[in-house]
Write a protein that binds this ligand. Structure first.
Ligand SMILES: [Zn+2]
Length: 249
């Protein structure tokens, strides 16, 4: 089985939608050099003991704090390079940014949706968790534990979760619509209101952690510089809203 040949594991498939389970090795897109003021923090370790890294622009007394997560599904290959590219965004000096481009490094290395325990990480968060799709228990996986610890510790103004291939952006639950509208305007993604996902990180963020959450679904399975640039424009437009108003408190 090719899936097992790479990472030594396969996904416990919980849907018949074959596309989302296909193997897609990481794409060869060069990461931008880390601009001055940015640093790398290790926020956890994967099942196969890879580091889970955040690219951080720390601010001593931030007026706003933003977290962006990509690579939750390791075969959504546009998402890690897109999130890495956000280091080149124009960001106000008093906004602290934490980018986690590759939240599932074992899945990414193997080109698989799941983590190395075969679990779909975006069904493993403790909101509407289900035993048929979500792994052995809510937050059973080190990757979801690392993300929830980071987010609960930081209490950011918004968390953006970046996926493929559904082609929309959605402010989850009571998260301000201005955030999704701005991202849509910048990136060209259509708005899809009121998206929820049982066991999903974005739903946990909005409904359990009570922090605004934006779900970004890049359209299609391709990865390219142009796709990354479009999402960066969405990110900048969302920051513009966050920086200029009290929309997120
Ligand atoms: Zn996904």
């Amino acid at each position: 089985v090719p899936d097992q040949a790479v990472g030594g594991f396969a996904c416990q498939q919980h849907s018949d939608w074959a596309e989302i389970w296909e193997t897609r090795p990481p794409v060869d897109l060069e990461a931008p050099a880390l601009p001055e003021g940015w640093t790398i923090a290790v926020i956890g370790r994967s099942v196969q003991d890879r580091t889970i890294e955040a690219i951080v622009r720390p601010v001593e007394t931030p007026r706003r704090r933003v977290v962006v997560v990509g690579g939750i599904h390791g075969n959504e290959v546009a998402t890690p390079p897109a999130v890495r590219g956000f280091v080149t965004a124009t960001i106000d000096a008093d906004v602290e940014v934490w980018l986690v481009p590759d939240a599932n490094p074992d899945g990414t290395a193997a080109g698989l949706r799941c983590n190395a325990n075969g679990v779909d990480l975006n069904r493993n968060f403790p909101w509407g968790w289900r035993p048929d799709t979500g792994g052995p228990s809510p937050l059973s996986e080190p990757e979801t534990q690392a993300l929830t610890s980071l987010i609960e510790g930081l209490r950011p103004d918004v968390v953006v979760w970046v996926h493929q291939p559904l082609d929309y952006v959605s402010a989850v639950g009571a998260s301000p619509d201005a955030l999704e509208i701005a991202w849509a305007t910048g990136s060209g993604l259509p708005v899809r209101p009121d998206v929820t996902q049982h066991g999903g990180g974005e739903s946990w963020t909005a409904f359990v952690a009570d922090i605004p959450a934006v779900l970004v679904e890049i359209g299609g399975w391709d990865a390219s510089e142009a796709i990354g640039e479009a999402q960066r424009a969405g990110f900048e437009a969302m920051l513009g809203v966050l920086e200029s108003t009290d929309v997120a408190g």
